[in-house]
Ligand binder design. Structure first.
Ligand SMILES: O=C(O)C1=C[C@@H](OP(=O)(O)O)[C@@H](O)[C@H](O)C1
Ligand SMILES: C=C(OP(=O)(O)O)C(=O)O
Length: 406
């Protein structure tokens, strides 16, 4: 199968292109709610973002300006990546989003920008809604944040840092930062756009001030979006091949392959793509801190496996689109699994599974999990498949097509 581009790469490519000194193109970007809103955000700041062609978006940078109002939807990438861009604009920029977006943590970005000299009006919690009072320039310098709640706090500050007068020295202090592969994606893409970035010291990043150049960004297919389709192969004993992943991917292909292999799949990468072949479905003990996004599909697989699973290292996903650990515990229990919730994970023991209505809590990956579960249990109904439009609007059609072909 082919899938649209990575949400994470599309978001970064849009931001870096907006900050560059010449036009850029995004080849095979993701057109979904998160990335459409990101394009809208950059347009509101004065950037020309042409998304009229599906397979090639063109970004022509220009002066960043307010006043502007930005709808972040429920996108972590927008609420964490765009305020630093707004700080470079001349004029106030107000950010708000879906009701639940106001619950998602943002303080390290707000405090980090304030420490760099930016004036921000934020709610008492330091979250949305907020107004960044850009003056056309950010001095930059050194800042310490606690990014244990989301790697996006680091990525957000780094992406705009080449445009800060003194660049940025960013240090993290606190429990470990999750999602290391997303941090590597950020530094890879900054370097690809010509930025000088040092990340040799653990929990410290240094970005030199300097221009970013326009690029042709080849957006890889979205690996997290592929996870439910790979899981489908594992539940049905079938085979799914994802076409179009480069040999040297900027997404955590190895970690995904390791996890699916541990659960009984055979994973191989060839010229035709990344292939997952289902076999036995085994329970696993795994630290998912690097790939928190995959927890939901892995939890659905765990509920269908031949033994118990212990998933850990993902306290931070309680602040994703919903409290994902609580949501999974509730819904998988309804379906008949025995689930124990821990502060940073879940123990899942498969039981005799039964029909249930699986709530999605506006969370696209809860819908993916329900779809996977529904391949193994008759009568799983999901309340809202439309929430998949956040990152993969084609999900219902692709899923139905896959099932029909098999
Ligand atoms: O930078 C990114 O593009 C992302 C980083 C991760 O965030 P967290 O570190 O908050 O999990 C990931 O879960 C999210 O879907 C996308
Ligand atoms: C956590 C996710 O999204 P966001 O970028 O909104 O944090 C996700 O897509 O699983």
């Amino acid at each position: 199968m082919t899938l649209p581009g990575s949400k994470s790469m599309t978001a970064r490519a849009l931001v870096l292109s907006a900050l560059a000194d010449s036009p850029s193109e995004l080849v095979r970007p993701l057109r979904a709610r998160d990335t459409t809103l990101m394009a809208g955000c950059l347009r509101a700041l004065g950037i020309d973002v042409d998304t009229s062609a599906d397979d090639r978006w063109r970004v022509t940078p220009g002066p960043l300006r307010g006043p502007a109002t930005v709808d972040v939807g429920l996108a972590g990438t927008i609420m964490r990546f765009a305020p630093p861009v707004a700080a470079l604009a001349d004029g106030p920029v107000t950010f708000d989003g879906d009701p639940y977006a106001r619950e998602r943590p943002l303080r390290p970005i707000v405090d980090g920008l304030r420490a760099l000299g930016v004036t921000i009006d934020a709610s008492a919690s330091g979250g949305l809604p907020l107004t960044v009072h850009g003056t056309g320039a950010v001095e930059g310098g050194s800042v310490v944040i606690d990014a244990s709640g989301s790697s996006q706090f680091v990525s957000g500050l780094l992406l705009s840092a080449p445009r800060f007068g003194k660049g940025l020295v960013l240090r993290h202090e606190g429990p470990p930062v999750p999602s290391a592969p997303h941090l590597r994606m950020t530094t890879h893409m900054l370097r690809a756009a010509g930025a000088a970035v040092e990340d040799g010291i653990p929990d410290e990043w240094m970005v030199e001030p300097g221009p970013l150049r326009g690029c042709t960004w080849q957006i890889e297919p979205d690996l997290a979006g592929a996870a439910p389709f790979f899981a489908a192969a594992m539940v049905t004993g079938g085979t799914v091949t994802l076409a179009g992943l480069p040999a040297e991917s900027w997404q955590p292909v190895d970690r995904l392959a390791e996890l699916l292999t541990a659960m009984g799949a055979t994973v191989s990468q060839g010229t035709d793509g990344l292939t997952v072949r289902g076999g036995m479905l085994r329970g696993i003990t795994a630290d998912l801190s690097e790939v928190g996004e995959l927890t939901l599909v892995i939890a659905a697989l765990a509920a269908l496996a031949d033994g118990p699973s212990r998933l850990r290292g993902v306290a931070h996903i309680r602040s994703h689109e919903t409290d994902r650990l609580a949501a999974l515990a509730r819904e998988l229990t309804k379906a008949g699994a025995t689930v124990t919730e821990h502060p940073d994970g879940l123990d899942i023991t498969p039981g005799p599974l039964r029909p249930t209505v699986f709530e999605t809590y506006d969370d696209h990956r809860m819908a993916h999990a329900a779809a996977v579960l529904g391949l193994g249990v008759e009568g799983i109904e999901l309340t809202d498949v439309a929430c998949t439009s956040k990152t993969l609007p084609e999900f219902p059609e692709l899923w139905a097509g896959l099932v029909t072909r098999s």
